[in-house]
Design a protein around this ligand. Structure first.
Ligand SMILES: NC(=O)c1ccc[n+]([C@@H]2O[C@H](COP(=O)([O-])OP(=O)(O)OC[C@H]3O[C@@H](n4cnc5c(N)ncnc54)[C@H](OP(=O)(O)O)[C@@H]3O)[C@@H](O)[C@H]2O)c1
Length: 321
C-alpha cells in the first residue's frame, strides 16, 4: 500500500509517500481500506515535534472513513462502511494517511451513507468533538447564548451551525476582520474580532453569555472565563495558540466565582454510533452544511498540511488515498 511516512519532525516537506506492507489485523483489530481522512490540528503539532509520546517513523492520521477489509472476529462484514477515530491511531501505531489502516475494534463506528467519501472524510473527528463539547461538556440548552472562540476553525464553523440549529444565539470570534462575512454566512448572529482581550469589549452584553467554547486554548482561557455570566460554563476544547499549560495556576484568582471550567477531549469519550448516523442524516438533509475547504490526494499531503498551517482554510481539509 501507499502511505505518507514521517521519519522526523519538521515542515510539511518531511512527509514521504512510499510503499509499505499492509499490517494484518490481530485479535480485537479491524483492517480498513481507507477511502478518506480528515486532517487535524493535532497532526500538525505532531508533525512539528510537539507530541513527545509519538516516536518516528510514523504514519500520522487520527481518523478515517472507509470499508472494512478484514475483521477476524466477523462482527463487521467485508465492505461495510465504517469510521474510526482516535484510540492512539497515528500516534502509538500507524494511522490513516495510507491506503489501509489496522485499528482496535472499539474505535470503529459503522454507518450508512451515499455521500461522497471526500465529504464523509470530514465528519468523524469534527462531529465527535463538536457533539461532545456542546452536549456533553457545555450541556447546551435552547435559548442559551454561546460564544465560540476560534470561530473560523473547522470545529468552530461546525459548532456554530449545530448550536444555532439547537436554538442558541451564537457569537463567533476571529482575529481577522476580513472573515466576518464568512462567519455570518455560516450562521453566527454576531462576530467579535479577537485581540486576546474580548471580555473588555463584551462588558455591556457579557451578562448574557451562558456558554463559551474556547478553541484557542490557554492563551485566551483567562479572558474567556471573564466573558461568561455567573454560573456560566467555559469549555476548553482546542489549543490553536499552541500553548498547553498555565503557569502558576491559582484557581481562586483565575476562575471567577461560580463560573464553571471544563474541557473536552474526544480521546477520552466514546460516542454511540447512532449519534454519528443522525449527524450524517442532518448533512444529507441539508440541515448542516460542512465546509470542506480542500481535498488532496495522498501524494499531495505536504500541500494539504501547508494549507492547514496557513490558517487560510476556514473549513476541514480532507485527504484521499
Ligand atoms: N479536544 C479535542 O478532542 C479536539 C478534537 C479536534 C480538534 N481539537 C482542537 O480544536 C482546535 C481547532 O481545530 P481545527 O482543526 O478546527 O482547526 P483549524 O480549522 O485548522 O483552525 C484554523 C483557524 O485557527 C485560527 N487560529 C490559528 N492560530 C491561532 C491562534 N494562535 N490564536 C487564535 N486563533 C488561531 C485561525 O482563525 P483566525 O485567523 O480567523 O483567527 C484559523 O482560521 C485545534 O486546537 C484542535 O487541536 C480538539
Amino acid at each position: 500500500m501507499k502511505a505518507a511516512v514521517l521519519y522526523e519532525a519538521g515542515g510539511p516537506e518531511k512527509f514521504i509517500v512510499e510503499e509499505k506492507p499492509v499490517s494484518q489485523p490481530g485479535p480485537g483489530q479491524v483492517l480498513i481500506a481507507v477511502k478518506a481522512f480528515g486532517l487535524n490540528r493535532s497532526e500538525l503539532m505532531t508533525r512539528k515535534g510537539y507530541s513527545p509520546n509519538v516516536k518516528f517513523p510514523r504514519v500520522l492520521g487520527i481518523e478515517c472513513v472507509g470499508l472494512v477489509e478484514n475483521d477476524p472476529s466477523g462482527e463487521f462484514a467485508k465492505g461495510q462502511q465504517v469510521a474510526a477515530i482516535m484510540g492512539e491511531m497515528g500516534r502509538q501505531y500507524d494511522g490513516s494517511y495510507a491506503e489501509y489502516v489496522t485499528v482496535p475494534k472499539h474505535i470503529v463506528m459503522p454507518f450508512k451513507s451515499s455521500l461522497p467519501w471526500e465529504q464523509l472524510g470530514a465528519f468523524p473527528e469534527m462531529f465527535q468533538t463538536v457533539f461532545g463539547s456542546l452536549h456533553l461538556a457545555l450541556n447546551i440548552a435552547s435559548g442559551d447564548t454561546i460564544l465560540i472562540r476560534g470561530g473560523t476553525s473547522s470545529i468552530g464553523m461546525l459548532a456554530t451551525q449545530v448550536a444555532r440549529n439547537f436554538g442558541l444565539t451564537v457569537i463567533a470570534t476571529t482575529r481577522n476582520a476580513s472573515k466576518t462575512e464568512l462567519l455570518k454566512q455560516n450562521g453566527a448572529h454576531e462576530v467579535i474580532i479577537d485581540d486576546g482581550n474580548i471580555s473588555a469589549k463584551l462588558s455591556a452584553s457579557s451578562a448574557g453569555i451562558d456558554k463559551l467554547l474556547d478553541l484557542v486554548g490557554t492563551f485566551s482561557l483567562g479572558d474567556s472565563l471573564k466573558c461568561v455570566k455567573p454560573g456560566g460554563t467555559v469549555c476548553m476544547t482546542g489549543m490553536l495558540s499552541e500553548q498547553w499549560s498555565i503557569a502558576d495556576f491559582a484557581p481562586m484568582e483565575y476562575i471567577p466565582a461560580t463560573v464553571k471550567l471544563t474541557v473536552y477531549d474526544s480521546g477520552q469519550v466514546t460516542l454511540e454510533p447512532r449519534h454519528f448516523q443522525n449527524f450524517i442524516q442532518d448533512v444529507e438533509a441539508g440541515r448542516v452544511r460542512l465546509n470542506v475547504s480542500g481535498v488532496f490526494p495522498l501524494a499531495k499531503i505536504a500541500e494539504a498540511h501547508a494549507l492547514m498551517e496557513s490558517n487560510q482554510a476556514s473549513g476541514k481539509i480532507v485527504g484521499v488515498p
